[in-house]
Design a protein around this ligand. Sequence first.
Ligand SMILES: [Zn+2]
Length: 201
Amino acid sequence: MIVYGYRSTHLKSANLPNVKCPNCETQNQMTTSVYGRHVHIFWIPLFPAGNTGIFECRNCHKGFKKNELNEDGKLAYKNFKSQVKTPIWKYSGLGLIAVLIAFGFYAKKQGDAEVAEYLENPAMYDVYTFRTEGNYYSTFKVLQVFKDSLYVSYNGMETNKRSGIKDIDKPANYSDSLYYVLTTKNIESLKESGDLVDIER
Ligand SMILES: [Zn+2]
């Protein structure tokens, strides 16, 4: 379940000068508090969603909404509100999302660079993950590296999810006695077909 909604926090309070109380008509006793609303998801502030003011007379202690003030009051509030800054933490969620996206791009780029490096310089026990013809995933393990070919052992198991690779990449699933020869060309065409998913070292 995703928990989200609005929350409000107190931003700033002030006395509104030259404003008459609509109730007791005392001058200069009107105070305002500005509350900033923001959208949250799991209580992490995502972005601001407007400010509201509440008003109280210090003389009669009655509370008011903005539309109950006279024109001077509305104007004084407008001036005050324009000086109230939205704190940057109210954007935390957006910041977090931006960081996660940036990290995702970075990690993908690093991963691609790693695969390119492993393809260029294969090593014993590298494990290649590839997409099978039936759109499953399986692996083969490098047993020997030669100048223009690899001896590999295929995994006897396959999985329908990429994340399932860790469950099938086990020594018992690779044959000790049966190996295949993959030429550099074979590996290149595997990569070009887009079916080479990953290389782990
Ligand atoms: Zn009053």
